[in-house]
Design a binder for this molecule. Structure first.
Ligand code: AMP
Ligand code: MG
Length: 542
């Protein structure tokens, strides 16, 4: 991804009407001529213009200070009551051009036809303080032509989760769409949270998401599936010009393949980062795959507490568990194949796209090796021993119920010097066990066997423990947005204490640092959260 060449916004923005828009997407791409807002199939257009729905009592619940700054928004904007009205969808500013994208997608492996932004409305594009275009998009601001049978709204719990996770992921260094603000609408929204026939009213909310582009694999797929090749080409050229400018220069005939090749890599990078931090997306449908390799559409996502590669938070996917933690690299590859199919009409031959797709596995493995080496504090997976350590550590994590995040931080403290008693060496790891009483002599000896080999290799490389711990703590977070922590913030916000959202975000701002006054946020998941809805299992209802 490249930073656009537009000049950075010069003056800080102190009032809402000073925000300047430069709407490249709607200016360059074909629009749906229909302006009325009713559900329909949309042909030959990349988007439909649609106004967000005004709500009775918009109220700002949380904001991201980093995104305010990045957009050049002064903090005094937050005091303007119009801020919540604008970013809750009640007021459209001059220069905005609200619209919903048309896209399709494969859902759980099956082609689903037209999906589109059913409850996302992009307001327009601004140029941020780094000179990069950013699209401001509201999620949950009312129905669009793509809402199908649903209402276009979002409830507080899912909006808190999206707001917090977008920002937490960014602080972890994981590619992601961002979140500027979280606004309560004052409306109540009916939801069947567990899909068990019990509908209940829940408070509505709107997140303002921010990303250089919200284009998904599915934006390309819809046109390929309909044989609308010229629209497909127009979209691809636009995306390349806007977000892959380094590929655009001479309109080289191989630009679509090079574009795809880049998406292969950024997608692999993103998934590798998910594995590093223990993130499960939960709904890796092709309409939820960003063309920029950003984590997008935070729905029934989750974080691993105990390390279980077969875990998925998504109850809608409970039977086949297509989108569990450990299958994410393979699913990403499958999704990339669908993107390659969609781009094929522009390329005209399969071979170069296939070659780029074939690059996925070796590239992913290379990135995975670098990631695992860093987690272990090794310079690389250079020898057979190193490679074994990287796979064996994941086996050790599965011996007993072990908290992934705590384990890696504790591994960084292991004393690797010669002559330490094996039992003493593994002692720090015990903090990561959920059921210490169930740890047998056999588990201990298997753990020891690994840790002794690990220590020996570090001695061989002459890597000092202090330097190693420092390096490991830069890639193994201490604080992640554990499912139960997000749920507690949701509970507080629901009970009228939205400050809890900002407080949790504050912890997640420095995920790699020790924050001694905030130890409790780094603790093992408490027992009550093991089975509570929202803490371990989530449906797509949001
Ligand atoms: P998701 O599984 O959340 O990515 O959503 C799949 C499709 O359903 C997308 O086209 C969404 O915009 C749409 N969708 C999800 N929830 C709603 C809703 N409450 N109202 C309208 N459309 C929705
Ligand atoms: Mg989606």
């Amino acid at each position: 991804m490249s930073v656009a060449s537009a000049a950075p916004a010069s003056a800080p923005i102190g009032t809402l009407d000073e925000i300047q828009f430069d709407n490249r997407f709607t200016a360059a791409l074909p629009a749906d001529p229909e302006r009325d807002n009713f559900r329909r199939q949309v042909a030959g257009a990349c988007y439909s213009r649609v106004a967000p729905t005004a709500t009775p009592a918009p109220r700002l619940l949380a904001h991201s200070a980093e995104m305010m700054e990045r957009l050049g928004f002064e903090t005094r904007l937050l005091e303007d009551p119009q801020f919540a009205a604008v970013f809750g969808g009640s007021v459209v500013l001059d220069g905005m051009d609200p619209h919903a994208h048309c896209y399709g997608g494969h859902q759980f492996g099956n082609w689903a036809g037209q999906l589109g932004d059913g409850r996302a409305i992009a307001l327009g594009e601004v140029v941020d303080t780094l000179g990069q275009h950013q699209t401001l998009q509201l999620k949950g601001a009312g129905p669009t032509p793509y809402s199908r049978t649903a209402d276009g709204l979002a409830v507080l719990r899912s909006s808190v989760r999206e707001f917090l996770c977008s920002e937490a992921m960014a602080h972890l260094g994981v590619p992601t769409t961002r979140a500027l603000s979280l606004v309560a609408t004052g409306d109540m929204v009916m939801r069947d949270m567990l899909y068990d026939g019990n509908r209940a009213p829940e408070p509505g909310a709107v997140v303002c998401r921010v990303a250089p582009s919200f284009v998904r694999f599915g934006n390309f797929q819809i046109f390929a599936s309909r044989g609308e090749i010229e629209t497909l080409r127009t979209l691809a050229d636009f995306v390349i010009d806007a977000d892959f400018a380094h590929l655009a220069a001479e309109r080289a005939p191989d630009r679509y393949v090079r574009f795809f090749d880049e998406v292969v890599r950024t997608t692999a990078d993103m998934v590798c980062e998910w594995l590093r931090v223990g993130f499960v997306h939960g709904v890796m449908n092709t309409d939820n795959m960003s063309i920029l390799g950003l984590t997008i559409d935070y729905g029934p996502y989750g974080w691993l507490d105990d390390y279980d590669p077969d875990w998925t938070p998504n109850t809608t996917d409970a039977t086949h568990r297509r989108y569990r933690f450990g299958t994410q690299p393979a699913v990403a590859q499958w999704n990339l194949m669908q993107l390659a199919n969609a781009l094929y009409p522009l390329v005209g031959e399969a071979e170069p796209l296939q070659a780029a797709l074939d690059g996925y596995v070796p590239y992913f493995e290379q990135q995975w090796s670098a990631m695992m080496a860093a987690k272990l504090g090794l310079p690389g997976l250079e020898t057979e021993t190193d490679r074994e350590l990287a796979t064996d550590v994941l086996e050790v994590l599965r011996l007993v119920e072990t908290d992934m995040t705590v384990f890696w931080r504790r591994l960084a403290t292991v004393d690797t010097s010669d002559g330490v008693e094996p039992a003493d060496r593994i002692a720090p790891l015990a903090d990561a066990y959920y059921r210490p009483a169930e740890v047998t002599a056999e588990h201990r000896s298997a753990t020891s066997e690994f840790v002794e080999r690990y220590a020996e290799r570090l001695r061989e490389l002459a890597i000092a423990d202090t330097a190693r711990a420092e390096a490991m703590n830069r890639v193994n977070p201490k604080y992640v947005l554990r499912n139960y922590l997000a749920q507690l913030a949701i509970d507080s916000a629901t009970e009228g204490r939205p400050e809890a959202i900002g407080e949790l975000l504050d912890v997640m701002r420095r995920p790699y640092d020790e924050q001694p006054e905030r130890e409790s946020y780094a603790a093992l998941r408490p027992d009550w959260a093991r089975t509570r809805v929202g803490c371990s299992q989530l449906s797509c209802s949001s």
